[in-house]
Ligand binder design. Structure first.
Ligand SMILES: *[C@@H]1O[C@H](CO)[C@@H](O)[C@H](O)[C@H]1NC(C)=O
Ligand SMILES: *[C@@H]1O[C@H](CO)[C@@H](O)[C@H](O)[C@H]1NC(C)=O
Ligand SMILES: *[C@@H]1O[C@H](CO)[C@@H](O)[C@H](O)[C@H]1NC(C)=O
Ligand SMILES: *[C@@H]1O[C@H](CO)[C@@H](O)[C@H](O)[C@H]1NC(C)=O
Ligand SMILES: *[C@@H]1O[C@H](CO)[C@@H](O)[C@H](O)[C@H]1NC(C)=O
Ligand SMILES: *[C@@H]1O[C@H](CO)[C@@H](O)[C@H](O)[C@H]1NC(C)=O
Ligand SMILES: *[C@@H]1O[C@H](CO)[C@@H](O)[C@H](O)[C@H]1NC(C)=O
Ligand SMILES: *[C@@H]1O[C@H](CO)[C@@H](O)[C@H](O)[C@H]1NC(C)=O
Ligand SMILES: *[C@@H]1O[C@H](CO)[C@@H](O)[C@H](O)[C@H]1NC(C)=O
Ligand SMILES: *[C@@H]1O[C@H](CO)[C@@H](O)[C@H](O)[C@H]1NC(C)=O
Length: 462
């Protein structure tokens, strides 16, 4: 008897401790209005039932800890079509995150969302939203992350000057025209770390006002119609890690003292422009540089030997320029992380020394196509598989391939069936250890007149 009474009391206490918390009627109405505005809801209506607590069981909806106000709506790739109704989601007064990416939403982005006083993260990327981006109407916005990329927004970028907390803005892959938004944006958003404006129709010069974005790490504006030089102010943005302006109409020379300042640079992509002049010697100071893309420009001169000091490099793309001189100037063998070296259509001469590498994997077919190779020594590597036949490879003697027990082919006098049993020999076992492992001697002319589409030397890792 006493026991039963205790249980009853406990149950009553539990009931009173958790008040009938459920999402507010207003939030529920706002969500229902958004749902009703869609032309296809991807089956969302089956989950967003009006008689069910929207904080408990509605797909993609999250609420605060009390379970009363909606704080997040996350419906990426949910098959949503149609428009975002005005005064629907924007009426969720405590909404901090809205993710509608990878749907098929069309029409405009409701101005109240851009000017929301609660949103921190707004991701509507990969939709078909169009029209003009609205100006902002509030004073200090909390918005930190805005991804409007891969939509159909057009016209000029609005002069947003109230985004005081913006950290990341991805507006790439739209149809924005006019000047890059830099002046108002950078003045208003001192914390901006990521700005991606690539794949648009921006014209004019690269704004020196970008330098006001002192925290910027990622700056991308490739595939626009930008012209003029890179303003020197850009090189004062020492926090920059990724500087990417490929496929524009930019020109000028890369200045050595400017370049050296960007010591945190990981990616430098200026391919497909009209830059001329040399690669400055000071590039050797960019110790973190992993990707150097200067292909399709009008650059010339010798490669600076200091390039061999950029030991983080994985990709060097210098194709279709007028670089010249002896490739032996650069100690490529020091670039232990190099995977792609593309030197097509230049005017190099001399010997390319890739010794001290640990080449593994199969012989790239591309090597076989280099019919101007006079000498090849890829002995003492860990190459495997058949030696390509028919082209250049078959003109070398077996000595060129020595010390690769897993290689096979008629030039070695074995068949590709018999080598499968050979065990893998580690690099340390090999005859010449870390020395002269891969060297290719080129003819005097290199590049000019080469008929092949691509010269890419790959370095394979297991
Ligand atoms: C939760 O509800 C209590 C009482 O209604 C209120 O004091 C508190 O501020 C609420 N917390 C949040 C995070 O809304
Ligand atoms: C939105 O959701 C997609 C898919 O899950 C995700 O890749 C993306 O990072 C999300 N956006 C944000 C800002 O978190
Ligand atoms: C949109 O951009 C933000 C910020 O860069 C990022 O966090 C988010 O993952 C992106 N969304 C998608 C779908 O990639
Ligand atoms: C911006 O968004 C596009 C897709 O719309 C994506 O490919 C790109 O990587 C994003 N930029 C950054 C810097 O994350
Ligand atoms: C641009 O957006 C379209 C449509 O969403 C998409 O198919 C394409 O992959 C995007 N391109 C880039 C470079 O992000
Ligand atoms: C690029 O800009 C130039 C003027 O600077 C203009 O003549 C040209 O038509 C533009 N090209 C495109 C594709 O918009
Ligand atoms: C490339 O540079 C040379 C001088 O180095 C100049 O004569 C030529 O006009 C330039 N070509 C282009 C397309 O800018
Ligand atoms: C490469 O770096 C070393 C040590 O940091 C330095 O002594 C050398 O001068 C540099 N070489 C070039 C060509 O800059
Ligand atoms: C290429 O180099 C050779 C000699 O190294 C020189 O005679 C020739 O003029 C150069 N061609 C170009 C287009 O720079
Ligand atoms: C290739 O290099 C190795 C090691 O340096 C050497 O022993 C061998 O004779 C060279 N072979 C050819 C064909 O030059």
């Amino acid at each position: 008897m006493l026991h039963n009474a205790l249980v009853l009391m406990l149950a009553l206490q539990l009931l009173s401790a958790s008040p009938a918390s459920s999402c507010t009627e207003q939030d529920k109405r706002s969500l229902i209005k958004f749902l009703a505005g869609l032309s296809q809801d991807g089956g969302l209506a089956a989950s967003w039932l009006p008689d069910v607590d929207c904080c408990r069981a509605w797909e993609g909806v999250a609420c605060d800890r009390n379970g009363t106000v909606v704080t997040e709506v996350s419906l990426p790739a949910r098959g949503l079509h149609g428009r975002i109704s005005p005064s629907s989601l924007a009426n969720l007064g405590s909404l901090t995150l809205l993710n509608l990416s990878h749907n098929a939403l069309s029409g405009d982005l409701p101005p109240e969302l851009i000017s929301s006083t609660s949103l921190l993260v707004l991701d509507v990327s990969y939709n078909s939203l169009d029209g003009v981006l609205p100006p902002t109407t509030v004073l200090k916005q909390p918005l930190q992350v805005l991804n409007i990329s891969s939509n159909k927004f057009a016209a000029e970028f609005p002069p947003w000057n109230t985004m005081a907390n913006l950290i990341a803005l991805n507006a790439s892959n739209n149809s924005f025209t006019g000047q890059m938004p830099a002046a108002s944006l950078c003045r208003a958003s001192p914390s901006l770390a990521l700005l991606d404006l690539s794949y648009n129709l921006f014209t004019g010069e690269v704004s020196p006002a970008l330098a006001d974005c002192t925290m910027l790490k990622v700056l991308k504006a490739g595939r626009n119609n930008l012209s003029g030089i890179l303003p020197f102010e850009l090189f004062d943005m020492t926090s920059l890690e990724h500087l990417s302006f490929p496929n524009n109409g930019l020109e000028g020379e890369l200045d050595g003292s400017h370049m050296a300042k960007l010591s945190n640079l990981v990616t430098l992509d200026l391919g497909g422009n009209c830059f001329h002049g040399k690669i400055p010697e000071s590039i050797g100071q960019l110790k973190k540089l992993e990707e150097l893309t200067l292909g399709n420009n009008n650059m010339s001169g010798n490669l600076p030997s200091s390039l061999g000091n950029c030991t983080s490099l994985t990709t060097i793309d210098l194709k279709i320029n007028s670089f010249s001189g002896d490739l032996g100037n650069v100690d490529f063998s020091a670039l232990h992380n190099l995977k792609t070296l593309d030197l097509l259509h230049n005017n190099f001469s001399g010997e390319l020394d890739l010794s001290c590498n640990y080449l593994t994997g199969r012989i790239p077919e591309a090597l076989n196509k280099l019919n101007f190779l006079s000498e090849l020594n890829i002995s003492n590597n860990d190459l495997e598989g058949p030696i390509p036949t028919g082209d250049q490879m078959s003109t070398f003697s077996s000595f060129s391939f020595d010390g690769n027990p897993r290689l096979c082919g008629s030039v070695l006098g074995n068949t590709c069936d018999s080598v499968k049993a050979v065990h893998i020999i580690t690099a340390e076992d090999q005859q010449c250890g870390r020395k002269i492992i891969f060297a290719i001697a080129f003819g005097v002319f290199f590049g000019i007149g080469v008929l092949y589409d691509q010269l890419v030397l790959f370095r394979y890792f297991g």
